[in-house]
Write a protein that binds this ligand. Sequence first.
Ligand SMILES: Cc1cc2nc3c(=O)[nH]c(=O)nc-3n(C[C@H](O)[C@H](O)[C@H](O)COP(=O)(O)OP(=O)(O)OC[C@H]3O[C@@H](n4cnc5c(N)ncnc54)[C@H](O)[C@@H]3O)c2cc1C
Length: 282
Amino acid sequence: MRYFKCENLIEALGLLADPDTRFPLLAGGTDLIVQWRMGGRMPEGVIDIGALEEIRLIIQRENVIEIGAAVTHSMLIESNIVRRYCPVLVDACRTVGAVQIQNRGTIGGNIVNASPAGDTPPVLMAFDAKVELANLSGRRHVPLREFYLSYRKTALKPDELLTRIIIPKHGPDEKAGFYKIGTRKAQAISKVALCVRAKIAGGAVNDIAIALGSVAPTAVRAPKTEAFLKGKKLDSFAVDEAKRTLAAEIAPIDDIRSTADYRRFVAENLLARYLEKASDAF
Ligand SMILES: Cc1cc2nc3c(=O)[nH]c(=O)nc-3n(C[C@H](O)[C@H](O)[C@H](O)COP(=O)(O)OP(=O)(O)OC[C@H]3O[C@@H](n4cnc5c(N)ncnc54)[C@H](O)[C@@H]3O)c2cc1C
C-alpha cells in the first residue's frame, strides 16, 4: 500500500487531483480501517490528512463558528467556542464510541462516512450548518441538508476534500436539545437520534428546526413537523399532533439494531420530551 502523509492541504488536494494518486482520505481511521477489515479489501494507497493543522482549528467569527474537518470529537468536547455556541454538539460528541474513539475520530470523518446513524449530522443539520468542499480549483459551500444525496452517497466530488464546517451563531433566545437512544449508554450506535433547536417565547414556538438520525437513509430534517409547530402555542394538543406529524414524516426501517415501529415511537417521544421541557423553560 502507498501511504501519503500530507504536510499541508495543497499537497492533499494535489494528490486527489491526480487519478494515479486519488486514494481514500484517512483522518482518524475509526470508520475506514474497520470497513477495510470487515470487507477484506485494502486500497492500493491512502492519503493521511489526520494531522493537517489547517483543518484542525476551531475559529469564532462575527456570525459563525468554523470547525476544521480534522478536529476530533475530543477537541470539540474541550472547545470553549463550541461549548458556548453549540453545546449540543458537545453532547453529541460525548456519545460517540468511547474516549479512545473520541480522541481519534474526526467530525469530517463522521460527516463524510455518511452513516444514517452518525451522531454529529443531526446536530449540524438542526443548526443549519454548511460544509466547505475544496479542490485545486477552489472551494464551495453546501448546506449539510443538501450534502447527503441518498444512503451513503454525498455531494463530495472525487477530487474534493471536506475542509470546514460552518455553523451560524444562534441567539441566546434559542435553546437546543440532543437525544440519542441506543442499546446502552456507552459504545452504542443510535437506534434514534434527535436534535431540536427552537425559539420559544410565552409558550409559543417562534422558530424551530428538527433533525434526526437513524430514521431514514440519511440524517434528515423534519420540515412538515417544523411547519406544523411554527407559530403554535405549546399545549398537550399541539404536542400530540406534532408527534403524529413526525411519525408520519420519517421513514425508519427494521434492522439489526431496532424495528421501524420502535424508532417511530421513540422519535415521537423524544420530540415531546423536548417540547414539554422547552415550554416550561422558556
Ligand atoms: C468502536 C467504535 C464506536 C463508534 N461509535 C460511534 C458512535 O457512537 N457514533 C458515531 O457517530 N460514530 C461512531 N463510530 C464511527 C466513527 O468513530 C466516527 O464516524 C468518526 O467520527 C469517524 O471519523 P474518522 O476521522 O475516524 O474517519 P475515517 O475513518 O478516517 O474516515 C471516514 C470516511 O470519511 C472520509 N473522510 C474523512 N475525512 C475527510 C475529509 N476531510 N474530506 C473528505 N473525506 C473525508 C474517509 O475517506 C472515509 O471515507 C464508532 C466507531 C468505532 C470503531
